[in-house]
Design a protein around this ligand. Structure first.
Ligand SMILES: Cc1ncc(COP(=O)(O)O)c(C=O)c1O
Length: 406
């Protein structure tokens, strides 16, 4: 078997969420799945298409699409970048439809690097980046970020790690798990270093619509034509369609061409009906205010949750409240010390605390060290869950903390 694959730890969040999924006594705050589902235009469009089946015994959705993706969907994606940022994107040359953002991440690494190449990843960062790089025999170079810098990768630290084997920098903004958002200055400095070297900056922007303040800045906006950036995006978070498995990559034509070849070898094409539905949703501008409303609701929920959480002794947010996305990344080192003082066996701080919360408060969270070594001492808590679940979690955590004494 593939040694590099076998050497990777299982996906930490999926492992926990799968393990506790069937237990109704646990408040599961491990996963980031929004409560809202796809916009009506998506669902109605698909239902209508299925409805014509009797009239058309061989509808086009029974067949493969072009490996690059359904033309109408690529057009809708290009239209999205145009209406949001004024960007001119060639839907035939610069867009590839993928199996979720996750599919686009894998294709980016596979297409842009060779075995042994170095790929730079901030630490902590989204948990799929490193195992994708490792399982493909590439070398992840993790660079610790600091809460004082709001967990943004410091361009000086990046410059210091560049070698002649560096091929790719992977960032995520708004970021899972830290909730950080890259500011223009940092993004420009990182992009400048990448462009100077002729390598690539991959910006995972799957939370682009769930930013709480200001304007989302895609790295692609920093260059006049697509050369050194690869944007990765998805329908999962924007439209609450995680199960539909649909995303995209926006990159230079030669990168898209090579990645299309890879996608063809891997799975031939993405699901046709799913692409039809997503195209209808993204092309319809009435979904923009709907998504904006979901974002406002999420922000309000985030603020309420974070206020109650940080009022509990031992749950700190040193980087401040999340700026976007679904997660609070709480520093639980004080809680860990308290637990050990009270007789809990020492171990990796994140894991000891996450296990304790699961066993004693019946609240499921993800240990921060699953996002990189620098996530040690933190836990990721998803506030995408319904408000009632969040309230129940807070009640349980508060009660748990009280039993530990002052
Ligand atoms: C930062 C980030 N990128 C990519 C993904 C993958 O998303 P998708 O469901 O589109 O594959 C996720 C999912 O949680 C994510 O948080």
């Amino acid at each position: 078997m593939n040694r590099d694959l076998l050497a990777c730890r299982p996906h930490p969040s999926k492992k926990i969420s799968d393990a506790i999924a069937g237990d109704p006594t646990i408040v599961n705050l491990t996963v980031g799945e929004p409560g809202y589902g796809p916009p009506a235009v998506v669902l109605d469009g698909v239902a209508r298409r299925l409805g014509v089946r009797t009239e058309d015994p061989a509808p086009s959705y029974d067949r493969y699409t072009h490996s690059r993706g359904l033309p109408a969907l690529r057009q809708a994606i290009a239209g999205y970048y145009h209406r949001r940022y004024g960007l001119e994107v060639d839907p035939d040359a610069e867009v590839l439809v993928t199996n979720g953002g996750a599919g686009a991440l894998w294709l980016t690494v596979f297409t842009l690097t060779n075995p042994g190449d170095e790929v730079v990843i901030p630490d902590p960062c989204y948990m799929l980046f490193e195992p994708i790089v490792r399982s493909l025999g590439r070398r992840p170079v993790r660079i610790a970020t600091r809460a004082e810098r709001r967990f943004r990768l410091d361009p000086d630290d990046f410059a210091a790690q560049l070698t002649d084997r560096t091929r790719l920098l992977m960032i995520n903004s708004p970021e899972n798990p830290t909730g950080t958002v890259y500011d223009r200055e940092t993004l420009e400095a990182l992009y400048g270093l990448v462009a100077e070297r002729g390598i690539h900056l991959m910006h995972d922007e799957v939370f682009d619509s769930l930013l709480f303040e200001g304007q989302h800045l895609p790295a692609r906006l920093l260059e006049p034509e697509t050369r050194h950036t690869v944007m990765v995006n998805s329908f999962s978070k924007r439209f609450g369609m995680t199960g539909w498995r649909l995303g995209w990559m926006l990159a230079a034509p030669d990168v898209v061409e090579a990645a299309t070849k890879a996608l063809t070898f891997q799975c031939l094409a993405c699901g046709t009906l799913v692409q039809e539905g997503a195209a209808a949703g993204l092309a319809d501008t009435s979904t923009d205010p709907l998504v904006a409303r979901h974002c406002e609701e999420l922000q309000a929920k985030s603020l309420r949750f974070v206020e109650k959480l940080t009022a509990i002794d031992g749950f700190d947010l040193p980087a401040g409240p999340p700026r976007g996305g679904f997660y609070a990344f709480a520093d639980v080192r004080r809680l860990y010390r308290r637990l050990v003082d009270r007789g809990e066996a020492p171990g990796p701080e994140s894991e000891v605390v996450a296990r304790y919360l699961l066993q004693h408060a019946k609240v499921g969270v993800v240990p921060g060290n699953g996002f990189g070594d620098a996530g040690e001492g933190f836990v990721r808590i998803s506030y995408a869950a319904p408000e009632a679940h969040l309230d129940e979690a807070v009640t349980r955590l508060r009660a748990m903390r009280e039993t530990l004494g002052a």
